[in-house]
Write a protein that binds this ligand. Structure first.
Ligand code: B12
Length: 449
């Protein structure tokens, strides 16, 4: 079926095969990349027919190739079970569920008796409510999640609370970014939300709010324009993982005759060059809509509903193998086995506010097999009884949540940051994908966001 689609695109170069930027690379190449992304997402589907972040994957598929969600009935049952679980009741996740349901032509206000929109609204209000009932200036979770909440409310036609919107705008940084560290990801999500709400009556009919929204949009566009970086042959907004969100946000913000997106075709070409075979589902699900130029705002128009089943053989859910290693895996082999292996040394430090003094205690992890991930290095150190840690399985891979018995408390905005011990900068990826080099020093730092 994918081959047929590609052929039709090549032949007609039709609107359904359009790209995110004018004059970008030929759409057949983009379609081939979308096929690769769909294949990858399908390979990452769990046996229970969901993904680690099911609504994000569903949205990625439907916005990347409308109609392409296979196994619709099983997906719906899985979503129903997941929404029932309290652990999925945070505002960002609920917003994703609401938009994913709309994308597969279900009613988010009454999905099998559940009013997901109401849950979003309650979660949004709870974000700003303090214990004594007054309004908090910052949300309890994260501005990224709040921005998803605004997107869902706007796209699905629910009412927006102007005071919540004003809080978001108040928190825009001087340079036009949103979020703590001038984040391209958070700014893009906020920009997408603002681009949607600017047309809503609650905003358009209130001149002061409307002008604040428009100014915030302009400032965010400037920030994203300045976040363009060139990395080897690639051009990114921020980095490769924040680029898809930025592309779509700029596209929506600039609609109605705004300027073209800077370096758009270079950015898309850079995305096309990235192999997806080792990416986790979140990265692929965020990239697919950008390749297709289809943001969640497109859900306000006509949606192409998926057809229920049949499911192609290659898309049957796989038995996703777990990455747990046994301590034997880290033992040195015999002379012949070791002959072709390269071993490196990695150094680790664990830093909490109580131990935040220089020089840090350093844990040496000797004889690490070259190209092992940081997760494997941590497992090896754990086998040597030098460290104890726990991870949580997420759509970006394993997230470090506890080290030496100290669990990061999200209610206190705590997390275990992965920091380069020499430069102090954050590692660009998580423990499942980061591969330390010889003699590298990595600090695990209990930080707050
Ligand atoms: C908010 C956020 C955070 C917050 C989450 C707090 C919260 N409760 O909301 C905090 C500050 C904790 C965080 C930490 C990190 N983050 Co972060 N984060 C994001 C962001 C901006 C949004 C995620 C989100 O809310 N999604 C919406 C919700 C509804 O979906 P969710 O799946 O439930 O979200 C959870 C996971 O995404 C998880 N999470 C967040 N970041 C990361 C990173 C990794 C590697 C893992 C495994 C999980 C994870 O926390 C979220 C909330 O529970 C994304 C940007 C993006 N494009 O997605 C980056 C992003 C996911 N983070 C990234 C990175 C690199 C990190 C860190 C590794 C940074 C560091 N060097 O310390 C750490 C994780 C370290 C660890 N302990 O393993 C990268 C991941 C790239 C990659 N391929 O691995 C991203 C894509 C940013 C980017 N553009 O580079 N992050």
């Amino acid at each position: 079926m994918n081959v047929l689609y590609l052929f039709v695109c090549l032949l007609v170069n039709s609107a359904s095969c359009q790209t995110v930027c004018d004059g970008g690379p030929p759409s057949a190449v983009i379609e081939a990349k979308i096929n690769e992304g769909i294949d990858r997402l399908m390979a990452l589907r769990n046996q229970d027919w969901g993904w680690v972040n099911t609504p994000q994957a569903v949205l990625g598929l439907q916005l990347g190739r409308p109609g392409s969600i296979f196994g619709l009935n099983m997906t719906l049952s899985k979503i129903e079970t997941e929404i029932g679980s309290q652990s999925n009741r945070n505002v960002g996740k609920l917003a994703l569920y609401a938009m994913a349901l709309k994308a597969i032509c279900e009613d988010p206000s009454n999905f099998r008796g559940i009013n997901v929109m109401q849950l979003v609204q309650q979660a949004m209000s709870a974000e700003f409510r303090s214990q004594n009932g007054t309004l908090n200036s910052k949300p309890r979770s994260h501005w990224y999640q709040l921005a998803l909440g605004f997107q869902a409310q706007c796209v699905l036609g629910d009412s927006i609370v102007p005071i919540h919107l004003s809080k978001l705008i108040q928190y825009q940084n001087m340079n036009g970014s949103f979020g703590h560290s001038s984040s391209v990801d958070v700014t893009s999500m906020a920009l997408l939300a603002l681009s949607c709400v600017r047309d809503r009556n609650e905003v358009a009919d209130t001149p002061i709010l409307a002008s604040k929204v428009n100014l915030a949009i302009q400032k965010a566009i400037v920030f994203l324009g300045r976040s363009v970086i060139s990395d080897r042959n690639n051009v990114w907004f921020g980095n490769k993982y924040s680029t898809p969100g930025a592309l779509l946000a700029l596209k929506e913000a600039n609609r109605d005759g705004g300027p073209n997106i800077q370096y758009c075709s270079h950015v898309v070409e850079s995305m096309l060059r990235q192999p997806l075979a080792e990416e986790f589902s979140a990265a692929v699900a965020q990239m697919l809509p950008a390749l297709n130029g289809n943001s969640v705002l497109s859900l306000m128009g006509n949606v192409t509903c998926p057809t229920p089943d049949p499911i192609p053989d290659q898309y049957q859910p796989a038995d996703v193998t777990s990455l747990v290693h046994s301590c034997n895996d880290f033992q040195l082999g015999n002379f012949f086995q070791e002959f072709f292996k390269v071993r490196i040394n990695v150094r680790l430090s664990v830093i909490t506010p109580d131990t935040n003094q220089v020089p840090y205690n350093v844990i040496e992890v000797p004889n690490v097999e070259k190209d092992n991930t940081l997760l494997q290095v941590l497992q090896q150190a754990q086998c040597n009884t030098d460290i104890e840690f726990e991870t949580l399985n997420t759509a970006w891979g394993a997230m470090l949540v506890s080290v030496n018995g100290v669990r990061a408390n999200p209610n206190k905005r705590e997390y275990w940051a992965l920091v380069d011990g020499s430069s102090g900068s954050f590692l660009p990826t998580g423990v499942s994908t980061y591969r330390p080099s010889d003699d590298e020093h990595i600090a695990l730092k209990l930080a707050t966001w």
